[in-house]
Design a protein around this ligand. Structure first.
Ligand code: ADP
Ligand code: MG
Length: 693
């Protein structure tokens, strides 16, 4: 028979003996589709059935194989009827306890019989006990064999037992042994890593003396080998995207600093140092012939809009059009106003497009865009098919931290004209932890606006239990009577917009009743855009003193006179989201407050998260904590499927490897240019295939 190649590992699981459609379906629930997936389905932990532990040496919590002689077997009644069997081995004794048993079982444990058993030792009334251990009676002339390797314990799914899965994986291992598995991480570059085959073999069937501690911390060389490989593959796939992108053509914006200078002169304040630096990084990119793909991170209030405007003017100066896209209508509208305010004095027109704009008004805007309006602001509506730009040179996307790599790609395609791509600038107020920036965003260049405009007063954050709701309401009344404005943000654990709106409606009613002297408004996601805009405008004009809202106000609202924000159930939100919300206050020069009104009792994790919010206002620190407390899946959003569903690596646990991974990816491209592609295939093909794009 010819030697099997890796292709044999790519065969569906049904290729294994005894695996039919029904079993394949169960395996699919574990995201095991091929033999290779099976091999990458690694144990959660291990049991040691390779040796018999003397009873005298067993400590509570140990999972052990014991062997001994029955000294007593009895059915006890009491709190719960049970068969208890006492075993002794000369070094000590231990009790087996069975709550479910039959007469035959009861009879087999005669005094003097030899028993071999496996289970976890727990403290009982008379020393250590094993509840319902696995056991067998021992014939002295034919003692049962001990396992020759540590026993893996795998993640399971309904209808699949450990034993069945172990059998299947051992079949997969024999396929692996027959296969020639190319090593895409050559030993020459990775002298410290064991090869792939050895690693897989070891992890599924570790020898009796394998270091269990290292294994349980995912720091065993064999684990590190696989983790490295997966992270490198991930990195390579992004670097590949980046390289492909860099091969595209883009317009070169060389001429005319004039408009930018004009705007700077017109501003009532100087740019911050960070703004100036980031603007020049952007300008540098846009004078290249390959498209810019730059992510600008800047904390809430850092002044990203102005940076966007400066980039836009650079494009406009060169005779190109700019599209500015925001994820919500409220935010898009705010940008529209900012851009208008800045650009109108220069005689530059700004178009507006949102999904809700219909009929003649829409057509007007479409015509405007098609005939070369320099800047267009809007929501996703800007990238629908009917929208035609005549000279799109720059696309600016705001607040799209949750955009995955595929969304970024599709946006890019939409702006394409012939073989030329527009430059692309992505702005996010959600700082991206270094770990993620290094992994999830390796296809982008990044800039950080790490400085706030001067004169901002830090927000004071307090946490209060919701049992003190009335006190919080009094506080609102007091602030509003001093002429300040306030927000009350309602959140819910369910991801249901309807319920969230209902909660906001009933809070609105309650506050109206309890605060009859105040002018209160309500805004939530189910209101018509026009209604929302009207309420926001009235709040901005200080006609409304208190705004009850759902998290729709998360981004974009800029009302410097509002100095108090109450957030209900903050424990239910991600830290970065809370940080965004909180950033709606503290925008003027007055002392601002944020009251986190949590629901008691608070979980430990909830407490930890609230403490972070109280202790810091640094968006980067908050983002790191968020990642630590909620994991990359939550922080990146479900759309970042590739990263959230890594097979073995864990960005938080394995972040200590990231520097090495990045260097390794670059070395691999340089010295082994044939390797990245199959490596990406090995690790990411499944993810791409099943990812929701
Ligand atoms: P964000 O980064 O959160 O989008 P914005 O762009 O909305 O921040 O800016 C927040 C506020 O700061 C706006 O009112 C803006 O006009 C103001 N601002 C921006 N840059 C500066 C600056 N260099 N000095 C003073 N104020 C600034
Ligand atoms: Mg902004």
């Amino acid at each position: 028979m010819p030697a099997l190649t890796t292709d044999s590992l790519n065969k569906p699981v049904t290729h294994l003996k005894g695996v039919g459609a029904a079993l394949a379906e169960k395996l699919a629930r574990l995201r095991i589709y091929t033999i290779e997936d099976m091999l990458f389905h690694l144990p959660l932990r291990y049991q040691d059935r390779t040796r018999i532990t003397p009873m005298g040496a067993v400590r509570r919590g140990d999972e052990v194989v014991l062997a001994g002689q029955v000294s007593l077997a009895d059915v006890v009644t009491g709190k719960r009827r049970a068969l208890i069997v006492r075993l002794q081995d000369g070094t000590g004794s231990i009790t087996l306890r069975f709550f479910h048993f039959n007469a035959a079982q009861q009879k087999q444990f005669r005094k003097g019989v030899l028993v071999r058993c496996y289970g976890e030792a727990r403290p009982g009334a008379n020393g250590l006990e094993l509840y319902h251990p696995e056991y067998q009676l021992v014939q002295t002339d034919q003692p049962p064999e001990l396992a020759d390797h540590l026993t893996p314990v795998y993640p399971l799914t309904d209808g699949l037992t450990q034993n069945r899965l172990r059998q299947l994986i051992s079949l997969a291992l024999s396929e692996l042994n027959k296969a020639e598995v190319p090593d895409w991480l050559p030993a020459e570059l990775f002298p410290d890593l064991p090869d792939l085959k050895t690693s897989l073999q070891l992890l599924h069937e570790p020898p009796p003396d394998a270091p269990v501690d290292a294994l349980s911390e995912y720091r065993h060389p064999s684990q590190r080998r696989l983790i490295m490989e997966e992270l490198i593959a991930q990195q390579l796939s992004l670097l590949k995207l980046r390289q492909e992108h860099k091969h595209h053509k883009a317009p070169i914006f060389s001429s005319g600093q004039d408009l930018c200078q004009q705007l700077t002169d017109q501003l009532p304040f100087p740019l911050t140092g960070a703004q100036t630096r980031v603007i020049s990084e952007i300008n540098q990119d846009m004078t290249q012939s390959s498209p810019m793909l730059r992510l600008v991170q800047g904390d809430v209030g850092a002044g990203k809009t102005l940076v966007a405007a400066m980039a836009a003017l650079k494009a406009v100066s060169a005779g190109f059009q700019v599209a500015v896209m925001a994820p919500t209508e409220i935010l898009a509208e705010q940008h529209y106003h900012s851009f208008q305010q800045w650009l109108a004095p220069m005689g530059l027109d700004v178009a507006w497009l949102a999904g809700k704009l219909k009929g003649k008004a829409r057509q007007e805007q479409l015509d405007k865009i098609a005939s070369g309006c320099p800047v267009s602001v809007g929501t996703h509506a800007l990238f629908q098919e009917q929208v035609e730009f005549c000279q799109l040179g720059l696309v600016i996307v705001d607040e799209q931290h949750r955009f995955g790599v595929h969304q970024r790609l599709s946006l890019r395609e939409k702006g394409r004209q012939g073989d030329t791509y527009p430059h692309q600038l992505i702005m996010t107020a959600t700082p991206i932890p270094r770990t993620l920036a290094m992994s999830a965003y390796a296809d982008l260049d990044t800039s950080v606006i790490d400085e706030l405009p001067p004169g901002r007063t830090p927000i004071e954050t307090v946490a209060l239990a919701d049992t003190r709701r009335d006190q919080v309401i009094d506080r609102i009344a007091a602030a509003c009577h001093e002429g300040k404005q306030a927000y009350w943000v309602c959140t819910l654990i369910e991801d249901s917009e309807t319920l969230q709106c209902q909660a906001a409606e009933s809070t609105f009613a309650e506050l109206q009743e309890k605060l009859p002297g105040l002018r209160i408004g309500l805004v939530h996601g189910r209101m018509k855009a026009r209604e929302k805009a009207e309420i926001m405008a009235r709040f901005k004009a200080n006609e409304l003193q208190l705004l009850v809202a759902t998290t729709v106000i998360e981004v974009g609202v800029d009302v410097p006179n509002s100095t108090l924000m109450v957030i209900e159930n903050p424990e239910r939100l991600g830290l970065s989201q809370l940080h965004q919300l909180r950033g709606r206050v503290g925008r003027g020069n007055q002392q601002s407050y944020c009251v986190l009104m949590y629901h008691t009792p608070l979980s430990r994790n909830g407490k930890a998260r609230i403490a972070v919010m109280r202790d810091t206002q640094d968006g980067f620190v908050i983002a790191e904590k968020d990642l630590e407390l909620r994991g990359p899946g939550e922080v990146l959003g479900t759309r970042q499927t590739g990263l959230a569903q890594m097979k073995i690596a864990d960005l938080v646990r394995d972040q200590y490897l990231l520097d090495e991974v990045n260097q390794a990816a670059i070395r691999l491209i340089k010295h082994y240019p044939q390797h990245p592609e199959p490596l990406i295939q090995r690790w990411l093909s499944g993810a791409e295939q099943y990812a929701q794009v």
